[in-house]
Design a protein around this ligand. Structure first.
Ligand SMILES: Nc1ncnc2c1ncn2[C@@H]1O[C@H](COP(=O)(O)OP(=O)(O)OP(=O)(O)O)[C@@H](O)[C@H]1O
Ligand SMILES: [Mg+2]
Length: 341
């Protein structure tokens, strides 16, 4: 079951700070989520720890990338950050207000400040709603702007994401995947949120349009000053846009730090394996190739000790017994008994 933990910021003196103290637009401390899952008629139900003890500070205008394999808890974390789901434990602060504990009125106020873009641009838009009315809908619900003002705001946002004015009255099926994702981004940004949580925003797109959408996101961040939490299973996708990277494994952070530290000197064997599977632009670059053995263990029955130990090429006796804490090693935080500092 979920046991709420005290909101003790002193527990995390080593959080890597892209944001100096006080300047974060979002601060998560020990966020956790567990689900009770039925396992059939006669089996007792089991608890899945989907997310356990995730902490970070998000600086204004910066990008935090959350990376991990399928099932590592990324979408669960994204749902808590966007207040779609209340955290099972931990605190989530926006403007120094803990929204994890907030009442419905406070929640409503903050919901507008954190918006989400989903992976599937085909499922996230209503097929019977025109593009213009989809983008204007958040304004209709959350503001007192007139119809003319809403239209003007929508057209402005459409231009910023590369859509033309005549697209305003068209329906989603008339657009390609990349264009639909532009529509979803315009809709998410029209209220001018401080934070955009993007859950695999380019994974469903054709490789040829991925770079365009990523470049658009970088431009929009510069223009609008929005901060991103960018969820991806692929380190390669976040390489150029992340300021900070948090690598998750079975619901936990195994490595977390500034982009250059994580990419240039990864320390956790899991991060190294993920990176070794990412193509590099420079064919001359010498690369170690680490192949991950086995699959992500069942979240019902996570391994004792370090959750990565059954697949780890560097495993030692201690790793099978004790969970390594997330500790400062080099420029980042690493949860590993073996990784050097
Ligand atoms: N509503 C839910 N009820 C029960 N279990 C859930 C629920 N949501 C997620 N889980 C479980 O929590 C774990 C993490 O799932 P989550 O969807 O957050 O992973 P993910 O990293 O987003 O994976 P993917 O890359 O496939 O999207 C999984 O074991 C999943 O089965
Ligand atoms: Mg997911």
């Amino acid at each position: 079951m979920n046991t709420p933990v005290p909101h003790d910021h002193a527990n995390h003196p080593d959080l890597p700070h892209v944001a100096p103290a006080g300047a974060a637009v979002m601060e998560a401390v020990d966020l956790a989520q567990s689900y009770e899952v039925s396992r059939g008629l006669f089996a007792p139900s089991a608890t899945v720890k989907a997310v356990a003890g995730i902490s970070f500070r998000l600086a204004p205008r910066s990008t935090l990338a959350i990376v991990g394999e399928s099932g590592s808890g990324k979408s669960t974390l994204a749902r808590m950050l966007t207040m779609i789901e209340r955290p099972g434990a931990g605190s989530l602060r926006l403007d120094e207000v803990d929204v994890a504990e907030a009442d419905a009125r406070t929640l409503r106020r903050y919901r507008g400040e954190v918006q989400m873009v989903f992976q599937n641009p085909y499922g996230s838009l209503n097929p019977r709603q025109t593009v213009g009315s989809a983008i204007e809908e958040p304004l209709l619900v959350n503001t007192t702007l007139s119809a003319a003002e809403r239209r003007a705001r929508a057209l402005d946002m459409m231009a910023r994401v590369g859509l033309r004015p005549e697209h305003h009255g068209r329906y989603p099926h008339m657009f390609s995947g990349g264009q639909r994702q532009r529509i979803a981004i315009a809709r998410a940004l029209v209220l001018r949120p401080k934070i955009l949580v993007l859950d695999e925003p380019v994974s469903a797109l054709d490789v040829s349009v991925r770079a365009q959408v990523l470049n658009l996101l970088v431009e929009l961040q510069e223009q609008l000053g929005v901060a991103y939490v960018f969820v991806s299973h692929d380190l390669g996708v976040v390489r150029h846009m992340a300021d900070e990277v948090l690598v998750m494994y079975l619901g936990r952070a195994v490595e977390h730090g500034p982009r250059d530290a994580v990419f240039d000197a990864p320390r956790h064997p899991y991060t190294r394996a993920l990176l070794s599977a990412t193509p590099v632009a420079d064919p001359e670059a010498k690369k170690e190739r680490i192949v991950l053995e086995g699959e992500l263990p069942s979240p019902f029955n996570p391994p004792k000790g370090c959750p990565f130990n059954p697949r780890c090429p560097l495993v030692q006796e201690r790793c099978r017994v004790e969970m390594p804490p997330l500790e400062k090693k080099g420029g980042q935080l690493v949860a590993c008994w073996v990784a050097e500092g």
